[in-house]
Design a protein around this ligand. Structure first.
Ligand code: MBD
Ligand code: FE
Length: 324
């Protein structure tokens, strides 16, 4: 037996009351969006004949997600982050802003305030002895191929166990997080370690959702970037290392063909010496192309609550100030 009450005047009137339509206070956009969201969910409950048990187990799951701060993790898993990228791509296309390295999702694990260096930085603290030495380098150019000197390249990635400093308390502060300003030729170089892929913690609420969908929670080995320079469009992107079993099967849907980069292993003594390394290494080259823009708001990353991002930073972003 199924009942259908959604389209009755009682339910429709009830929804307008719940969404505060008959109240003067509050925020008009919030009311509109909440009304739509609640309407869609009420209708879903009717259409799928959602039981009391199902409803309350969903409430319990949401509580678990919130108390373990996992909405930022479930969000890419359910494709929201990639969907927002698809919308930004479409907005750029409509505004005839083409060219440049493709964007892809930021993810939930950026931490503001990493140490800054010019041209070169060592990113790892030397403690992760399982990590293979990585030589990560590239050039930042504009869409005409001119090098961009002084571009701000923020890089963050996981260690050999797939963990990120700050979130993984066993790592030192800002381990595997650096800001590098490009040199006079637009180049940046980092010495670090090859990251491992990330896996959603087994049994965590996000994992419960993914398992119920028959999906896994694995990401390929990847390296995150924010790249910015005055007069250019801020870029949020990542590279995915080629050859990882999850390179093209990422639970967070961040992989893009143009962003898959090989790691080239070298045991060549001359190459090791010229980089002042102590042994074999893997070189990863990622050149970045930035689109031009005069619009200040396109030159900075979008506002979003982020770890260690202080109020001053957020205020300057709101004011559209380019921070280089
Ligand atoms: C990550 O490292 C990540 O980048 C994303 C998007 C989700 C979970 C872990
Ligand atoms: Fe990541």
């Amino acid at each position: 037996m199924t009942v259908k009450i959604f389209d009755t005047p009682e339910v429709q009137d009830f929804l307008t009351t719940v969404a505060g339509f008959d109240q003067d206070g509050g925020n008009e956009r919030t009311k509109q969006i909440m009304h739509r969201l609640l309407s869609d969910l009420y209708r879903l409950i009717d259409d799928f004949d959602v039981s009391e048990e199902e409803y309350w187990s969903a409430v319990n799951l949401l509580n678990a997600l919130g108390s373990q701060t996992q909405f930022g993790l479930l969000s890419p898993g359910l494709g929201f982050d990639h969907y927002l990228d698809m919308r930004q791509d479409a907005i750029d296309a409509e505004a005839k802003r083409s060219g440049g390295t493709p964007r892809t999702i930021e993810g939930p694990l950026y931490v503001a305030g990493a140490p800054q260096a010019e041209g070169f930085a060592r990113m790892d603290d030397g403690q992760d002895t399982d990590g293979e030495t990585m030589w990560l380098t590239g050039q930042v150019r504009d869409v005409e191929g001119n090098p961009v000197a002084g571009a701000k390249v923020e890089i963050w990635h996981a260690n050999s166990k797939g963990g990120y400093s700050f979130f993984d308390q066993t790592q030192s502060e800002y381990n595997l997080r650096r800001t590098i300003l490009t040199d006079s030729e637009g180049r940046y170089t980092a010495r670090s370690i090859i990251p491992s892929g990330y896996g959603v913690p087994v049994g965590a609420p996000t994992d419960v959702v993914l398992k119920a969908l028959g999906r896994h929670g694995e990401r390929p080995a990847h390296i995150h970037y924010f790249v910015s320079a005055p007069g250019h469009q801020h870029l949020t992107t990542q590279i995915n290392l080629a050859g990882d079993p999850y390179t093209f099967d990422d639970f967070a849907f961040a992989t893009r063909e143009e962003l898959v980069v090989p790691a080239r292993r070298s045991e060549d003594a001359a190459e090791i010496a010229s980089r002042q390394l102590d042994g074999p290494f893997a070189e990863v080259v990622f050149d970045v192309e930035l689109a031009k823009t005069d619009a200040p708001e396109l030159q900075v990353r979008h506002k979003r609550p982020r770890a260690m991002e202080d109020e001053q930073d957020q205020a300057s972003q709101l004011a559209g100030t380019a921070r280089v």
